[in-house]
Design a protein around this ligand. Sequence first.
Ligand SMILES: [Fe+2]
Length: 238
Amino acid sequence: MKIAVISDIHANTLALEEVLKEIKKLKADKIFCLGDILMAGYDPNGTAELILNLNNLEIIQGNTDNMVANFNFELLEKAKKKAPCMGYALEDDLKIINEKYKDFVRNLPQKKYVEVNGLKIELVHGSPRQQDENIYPSLALDEVEEMVKNSDASLILCGHTHLPCGYALNSGKTVVNVGSVGRSMTQDRMPNWAMLEISDDGTFQIEHKITKYDNKKVSEIISQRGFLHADDLAKMYV
Ligand SMILES: [Fe+2]
């Protein structure tokens, strides 16, 4: 069984299309999507439509999906203060995102267990204990162990930080952060995702993947969106 794992698309339809082409070429049987599909990109409705049309999809909600779905004025002001380009992007996104896609992400679970060939997998956005907790590449093993101690799964898949990494813990659990399709924070800014291959006996291999796409084009489109601090957001793509 081959499963493509994607996360943090952030309304970047161009990046998602390129990744989906590669997933099709590699003949994945399923796709897991770990959330953050809508906010702070250039095409939330187009991205949502692509996601909704995928077959054999397991999907959970990310923290920014939650922000879009359960928006209120106080949250928006807080977001603008914390990271102005994100706050103003959210304000602009709320004007253009179709209500049916807000409903879609509102109703997604924050985490999910999936069992494949006896392998128990937990899908989370940040960590098993918190939707917006960061599993970064630089953490100590015992810090990660603490974050996943209440998970029953042997394999925990996460995103959120936009930086891919992986941990083989002393407890026997494996934790893999697949990075971001739509706004990667790696040096080259190219989409990151992972391919998981599970044998009939439940043993598995997981491999980080990088797909090339036209990041400069997306950066230009974002700077043209015209909301306050859009240029700062655009710089994050190149
Ligand atoms: Fe994200």
